[in-house]
Design a protein around this ligand. Structure first.
Ligand SMILES: Nc1ncnc2c1ncn2[C@@H]1O[C@H](COP(=O)(O)OP(=O)(O)OP(=O)(O)O)[C@@H](O)[C@H]1O
Length: 189
C-alpha cells in the first residue's frame, strides 16, 4: 500500500452518523488539512481513525504496522504533574530527534508549570518527534499567540519528512501556510 492511510467514503459518528461520506488519502511526507464548519464532525473523523468513534459506512485502510499519534483538541491536563518537559519527550520516544531550539527553554520545566500554549507546543512536538508515522492534530493553533503559531509552523516544517500529518483547523491562514492539500468535509445527511 503506497499511502499511510486511505479513507474511502467513510461515514463516522457515535450512536448515529455525524459526518461523511469522506474520502481522503495521506502519504508519507504530506500535511493534509481538514476544514468544515463548527460541529460538522471533524474531530469525530479523526476519532474514527483511532477507533474511538464508529465507522458506519465506507472503509479506512491503514498501511500495515502504521503507528498513529493523536493530539486532541482539548488535551487533558493532569495536575499536579511533576514530570519535566524532557521526560515527556523521552516517554514518547521523541528524544531520538533533537528538539528544536525554540522548545529548549521548556525542557527543564515541570509540565504543570508551563502555560497552556507552551504545554501544547511541547505535546505537539512529542507527537511529531515520536514513533508515529501519522500524526493527527486537532485545532493545533488553539491557545497559541501569533509567535507561538510561528513556532508551531517551524515544528511542522522541522519534523522528520517521512512523517505525515492530518490536521483539523479553522485558521485558514495557518492551513494555507502548512498544508499540501485541504479536504472540505460535509455533515451526514
Ligand atoms: N462522544 C460523543 N458522543 C456523541 N456525540 C458526540 C460525541 N462527541 C461529539 N459528538 C457530537 O458529534 C458532533 C460533531 O462533533 P465534533 O466535535 O466532531 O465536530 P467538529 O467539526 O470537530 O466541531 P468544532 O469545529 O466545533 O471543533 C456534534 O454534534 C457533537 O455534539
Amino acid at each position: 500500500m503506497d499511502a499511510l492511510i486511505e479513507l474511502n467514503e467513510v461515514v463516522a459518528g457515535y450512536a448515529v452518523p455525524v459526518i461523511g461520506p469522506v474520502s481522503l488519502t495521506v502519504r508519507a511526507g504530506e500535511i493534509v488539512g481538514i476544514q468544515g464548519p463548527n460541529g460538522i464532525g471533524k474531530s469525530t473523523l479523526l476519532r474514527a481513525i483511532t477507533g474511538v468513534s464508529r465507522v458506519f459506512q465506507g472503509e479506512i485502510r491503514r498501511q500495515p504496522g502504521l503507528q498513529v499519534a493523536h493530539q486532541r483538541q482539548r488535551p487533558v491536563r493532569i495536575s499536579p504533574m511533576p514530570l519535566l518537559g524532557r521526560e515527556l519527550l523521552k516517554l514518547t520516544g521523541a528524544d531520538h530527534s533533537a528538539p528544536p531550539d525554540r522548545l529548549a527553554h521548556l525542557l527543564d520545566n515541570r509540565l504543570d508549570r508551563l502555560s497552556g500554549g507552551q504545554l501544547q507546543l511541547l505535546q505537539i512536538w512529542a507527537c511529531l518527534g515520536g514513533r508515529a508515522q501519522l500524526i493527527l492534530l486537532d485545532e493545533p493553533t488553539n491557545n497559541l499567540d501569533p509567535g507561538s503559531v510561528d513556532t508551531l509552523i517551524h515544528l511542522l516544517m522541522e519534523r522528520d519528512r517521512s512523517r505525515a500529518v492530518l490536521l483539523v483547523s479553522h485558521e485558514a491562514d495557518f492551513v494555507g501556510r502548512v498544508c499540501n492539500r485541504v479536504v472540505e468535509v460535509q455533515a451526514w445527511r
